[in-house]
Design a protein around this ligand. Structure first.
Ligand code: 5AD
Ligand code: SF4
Length: 424
């Protein structure tokens, strides 16, 4: 096992870095080819120049890599200049209201551009497309393409059809999404994200993800290992494995044999030249002794565990249908710390969930003081259409959510600082 430098709250998570401040929101990424991007785009006709902006989590960024690869194969090139693009695409995030509002205000602002240049294709991709479907066409008539997370490998064909017919939507989640990716467009030449599974089988009442990404599907171990080998051959030394509930990896992969994430970690540990492996995001329900042992024993696996708790109150966890209670959670934390004493723990917390009382909120404060996370992503609850909690009544006032958010942010800041000081 390898010691990992002290974490900043935003550095290593598959979550969007919008946990701080007043839901400031993650900086969306406009993707442009690094090497000679402008020149490459200028060399292709207008209708093949793509402007692509990506919102939300690492999963979305990884999806964008796959999109770019399949678009480039069909002769499209990325441009960083929206006015120079014949295709304008937004890969969206639906997990919180704030992220969605920002995407749709950008989409809305394109109406005039589309009037001036009707041949431009404007596309809404990913989770918000899946969640709102064709209602988007009604609200934004200048949008010509909707494509959910299950269909984005069809993008070249969909763009061409949209150009011919005006409107196309592809929102099937049951299809076979190939995970393979040919090269790394990740955060740096040496770091890459690798998806080990897609979708989520849980039913947290506040969360839109099972609806937008569909049920869980794991990739075969061998496929993941081959992808990792290819990335390492191309210079990658640090891999983060991604999955919505990454530690439930393996369901349905082998009849009669239980495959788990630790099997993947063991295989990756044998790849020469690969220095570090992390995995996010884990669900408390699926932490296994094998996985903790992998963190303790394998040289490449970092001592880092992102284990969202969401609330410190059993009553709130029940309303959230989180499938774990505080007793279970505390036992996992103890077991991890016993086996991996230096483990850096991180979490996600939602404040102001339906009916959250002052006492329930105080239980979350107590938990944070007790566990002392290295990093915490703290979110104000926002209603997501189509979720179960949307029927509960969003009864915690905005001001209270804001106050609770501020209290936890300040608490986490103090704890992170104390942990960091010990490491100086
Ligand atoms: N409101 C606020 N936060 C949410 N999250 C998921 N759904 C919501 C919502 N409706 C948070 C959870 C999750 C993280 C990715 O986003 O904390 O772990
Ligand atoms: Fe959403 Fe819960 Fe699935 Fe996480 S485990 S993606 S919070 S439903």
């Amino acid at each position: 096992m390898r010691w990992l430098p002290v974490l900043s709250t935003n550095s290593l998570s598959a979550q969007p870095p919008d946990a701080g401040g007043e839901d400031a929101g993650p900086p969306e990424t406009a993707l442009v080819e690094e090497a000679g991007g402008a020149a490459a785009a200028a060399a292709v006709p207008f209708e093949k120049r793509v402007y692509l902006e990506v919102f939300g989590c690492q999963m979305n960024k990884l999806d964008a890599e796959l999109m770019v690869a399949c678009l480039e194969e069909q002769g499209y090139r990325l441009t960083g200049d929206i006015r120079d693009a014949g295709v304008i695409l937004y890969n969206t995030c639906a997990v919180r209201e704030h992220a969605e509002t920002r995407v749709f205000s950008k989409v809305g602002a394109l109406r005039r551009l589309k009037e001036r240049r009707p041949e431009v294709v404007v596309g809404v991709l990913g989770c918000s497309a899946q969640n709102h479907g064709e209602a988007i066409f009604r609200r934004y008539p200048h949008v010509g393409l909707l494509c959910g997370p299950g269909e984005f490998l069809r993008l070249p064909e969909l763009i061409a059809r949209s150009r011919r017919t005006g409107r196309v939507s592809a929102l099937d989640l049951g299809g076979d999404v190939a995970f393979e990716r040919r090269r790394n467009l990740g955060p740096s030449r040496h770091q890459a994200f690798v998806s080990v599974m897609r979708g989520c089988d849980m039913a947290c009442t506040y969360c839109v993800v099972p609806r937008t990404r569909g049920p869980e599907v794991s990739r075969p171990v061998q496929e993941i290992v081959e992808e990792a080998r290819a990335l390492v051959a191309g210079g990658v030394r640090d891999i983060t494995l991604l999955g919505q509930t990454v530690n439930s990896y393996g369901k349905g992969l082998a009849a009669g044999r239980r495959i788990g994430l630790h099997h993947v970690l063991e295989e990756l540990d044998r790849i020469p030249g690969l220095d570090r492996v992390r995995f996010v995001t884990s669900h408390p329900r699926f932490m296994s002794p094998d996985l903790v042992a992998a963190m303790a024993d394998l040289e490449t696996v970092c001592e880092y565990l992102h284990l969202p708790v969401q609330s410190g109150s059993d009553a709130v966890l029940r309303r959230m249908r989180r499938a774990h209670d505080m007793d279970h959670y505390r036992r996992i934390v103890d077991a991890c710390r016993e086996r991996v004493p230096a483990v850096g723990l991180a979490t996600d917390i939602i404040v102001g969930f339906c009916g959250e009382t002052e006492d329930e909120f105080r239980e979350t404060i107590r938990l944070m003081e007790e566990v002392r996370y290295q990093g915490a992503f703290i979110f104000k609850y926002s209603v997501r259409p189509g979720t179960r909690a949307a029927q509960f009544g969003d009864d915690v006032p905005v001001e209270t959510k804001r106050e609770r958010n501020q209290i936890l942010l300040a608490l986490q800041k103090r704890i992170s600082l104390e942990i960091h000081r010990q490491a100086v």
